[in-house]
Design a protein around this ligand. Structure first.
Ligand code: NDP
Length: 451
């Protein structure tokens, strides 16, 4: 008999924690999970899933606009925000129960309580103490806001999913995934939407052509982009709404202010000071390539470790960790060619190197790109343009990066990620037959190197 209550105690029932628990239990480990908030973590409750539902909802405005071109004439349409939220909440409650079932069915014990680490093998769970041979910290992140006067008046994405009503106007601060996605959501739902970013051009880290193209498309959709602008203070207006002071000496009024300025690991008061676990300068838990912390019995994965805060990465980490610890495997994850999508309108999706990254590491780079009007808008006045781009190493012919802005970009680039992972060359793309007529076929018909 083991001297511990469990072989593995997982703190956090989000994507990574649940995947690690289920896999470990299936491999014969005695596993418990402790979760104090909601099953499924950020992704299911206040992230990917509800966000995508809101993105779908906001797209209908454009669908209705396109419909007459195809001969469809709708009667008066009406949008009901509370109905959407109620349906969204029902779907999330269903998913919470799916997660509960997944844990139950694999024999994982669930404690719905707060966990606090007491030592390398001891955790306080609510008012009891539990011992485990190994502890996995998968507590995720939480929105972070800079400290400026009136910042408490601003919401984050967490609250955006539960607004009682839609504002007439909103200022969204930030230029990353969440800011750009929510700008599309609010704009599509008829809110006068302003995005305020401190730098020259949002979506830092994405390909420059993609960033330019996205900025132009978002503007066309009616979103006002304020670059090189920071907010100095926020104050309540007597008649409702907020007055916002910027560092470019402008004063704005808005019905709501939302900050999407990044997320921070949720490690406060987790008791890590009772262990040898170390924290990086970025505030994340330091781990090696096998997700082990400086305390040998404690592991960590997902957003709490950064730097790639994406659900599929946490899932892959959870799977690999459990297989390594209980399945005799020796998996070292590769963080190369991780595909990602920003569910903006139009969607951005990308895998591999940007042109700028490729030029910094390779001598001779060829760029192939094309911009065109998607067929689905050809019978309407919607002037949306798609962009596709390939970054190729001329010396080896390897495709180093694929980038797209346009309808279904996430669906399309997922397939291309397989090709890049397999080491596809431009010649492989060229000898692939297209599916006609699609947007995706453009990726296999690019022949002209861009100037
Ligand atoms: P990001 O890190 O993507 O973006 C944060 C933004 O806030 C950046 O534009 C940053 O500017 C800006 N910022 C940071 N500090 C300040 C400040 N003090 N004042 C003004 N602006 C500031 O964070 P998000 O919150 O958008 O998302 C968090 C993470 O969640 C993402 O990185 C991603 O990993 C994940 N996510 C993934 C999604 C997906 O897969 N579709 C969707 C949503 C989130 P600068 O660039 O200048 O640093």
């Amino acid at each position: 008999m083991s001297q511990y209550d469990y072989d593995l105690l997982v703190i956090g029932a989000g994507s990574g924690g649940v995947r690690a628990s289920r896999t470990a239990a299936r491999l014969g480990a005695r596993v418990a999970v402790v979760e104090e908030r909601y099953l499924g973590g950020t992704c299911v409750n206040v992230g990917c899933v509800p966000k995508k539902l809101l993105v779908y909802a906001s797209h209908y405005a454009e669908t209705f606009q396109v419909a007459p071109g195809f001969g469809w004439h709708l009667g008066a349409t009406r949008f009901d925000w509370s109905e959407l939220l109620a349906n969204k909440d029902r779907e999330i409650a269903r998913l919470n129960e799916v997660y509960r079932g997944l844990l139950q069915n694999t024999g994982v014990t669930l404690f719905e309580a707060r966990a606090r680490v007491l030592g390398p093998n001891r955790v306080a769970v609510g008012d009891r103490e539990i011992t485990a041979e190994r502890i996995l910290i998968a507590v995720g992140g939480w929105p972070w806001k800079p400290d400026i006067p009136g910042i408490d008046l601003a919401i984050t994405s967490n609250e955006a999913f539960y607004l009682n009503e839609l504002p007439a106007s909103i200022v969204i601060v930030g230029g990353g995934y969440i800011a750009v996605e929510f700008a599309g959501i609010f704009n599509g739902l008829g809110v006068d939407t302003h995005l305020c970013y401190r730098g020259d051009l949002f979506l830092r880290g994405f390909d420059k052509d993609v960033r330019d193209h996205a900025a132009s498309e978002l503007r066309k959709k009616g979103i006002t982009l304020h670059f090189n602008t920071e907010i100095c203070s926020i104050a309540e207006e007597p008649g409702g709404g907020y007055r916002i002071q910027t560092d470019v000496n402008e004063e704005w009024c808005a019905g709501l202010v939302m900050y999407a300025t990044g997320r921070q690991p949720m490690i406060d008061d987790l008791g890590l000071e009772h262990t040898a676990v170390q924290i990086t300068e970025a505030g994340t838990i330091a781990v090696d390539e096998f997700m082990q912390t400086h305390e040998p019995s404690i592991y960590a994965l997902g957003d709490v470790t950064g730097p790639v805060a994406l659900t599929p990465v946490a899932l892959a980490q959870g799977q690999a960790l459990a297989q390594n610890l209980y399945g005799g495997d020796d998996i070292k994850l590769s963080y190369k060619n991780i595909p990602a999508a920003v569910f903006s309108q139009p969607t951005i999706a990308t895998v591999g190197l940007t042109e700028e990254e490729a030029r910094a590491s390779y001598e001779r780079i060829d760029i192939y790109k094309s911009s065109f009007g998607p067929m689905q808008y050809s019978l309407s006045a919607i002037g949306e343009r798609a962009l596709i781009k390939l970054v190729v190493d001329r010396d080896t012919d390897r495709v180093l990066g694929c980038h797209m802005v346009g309808p279904d970009a996430g669906e399309i680039v997922q397939g291309l990620a397989v090709a890049l992972t397999a080491g596809a060359t431009k010649a492989d793309f060229d000898r692939t037959i297209g599916i006609h007529p699609t947007l995706a076929e453009e990726f296999v018909t690019l022949r002209q190197v861009a100037e």
